[in-house]
Design a protein around this ligand. Structure first.
Ligand SMILES: [Zn+2]
Length: 179
């Protein structure tokens, strides 16, 4: 009986961390749903050039671009040329910013309830960057790329019959990569 109690206690420890992640996941889902009801926001899609760029750079790099661009262009208390600082295209994050209403402080205030006139906190920048990344991921999911030859676990021609190991350990690498 004592041993069972011990196991149950270790399981509850993980739930605290999961709750924050889960709360943000729900916020992102709800926000994307709200944005989809705006004809202006919903019309944005990535260009094929942006998609190729995002896939070539990878998720980690694009996410760091998103944080850097938010910090430098909309993060200050009084951003320069606020309302006109985000180009319509030229980088997947630019397009995603218009689609997610993270393009200027007016849109951020209206859609995400973060007041104008003060710096964005690191938490706010991270949260808005996660929203941008969710939007980009959704666009890439809707427009899959097979990218032949770029997978790390690509088949080796020399051993075409060696399948037993693969079946025991199914690799996520066999699925099409978004980024
Ligand atoms: Zn705006």
């Amino acid at each position: 009986m004592d041993a069972t109690d011990g196991i149950n206690n270790t399981n509850t420890a993980d739930d605290a961390d999961d709750t924050d992640a889960e709360r943000e996941r729900q916020w992102i889902e709800k926000t994307l749903e709200r944005l989809s009801h705006s004809p202006f926001r919903a019309k944005f899609v990535l260009s094929s050039k942006d998609r190729a760029y995002a896939r070539a750079k990878g998720e980690v790099v694009i996410a760091s671009h998103a944080r850097d661009m938010l910090r430098s262009r909309v993060g200050q208390a009084q951003p320069e040329h606020d309302g006109r600082q985000t180009p319509w295209k030229g980088h997947p994050v630019f397009t995603a910013q218009h689609a997610t209403a993270t393009c200027c402080r007016g849109c951020i205030a209206k859609w995400h309830h973060i007041p104008e006139g003060r710096e964005l906190s690191d938490d706010e920048i991270n949260r808005l960057a996660d929203l941008i990344m969710a939007w980009i991921t959704r666009d890439l999911t809707a427009h899959p790329s097979l990218r032949p030859g770029t997978q790390t676990n690509g088949s080796t021609d020399s051993q075409p019959n060696k399948r037993t190991n693969d079946q025991r350990n199914p690799q996520p690498g066999n699925q099409p990569t978004l980024f």
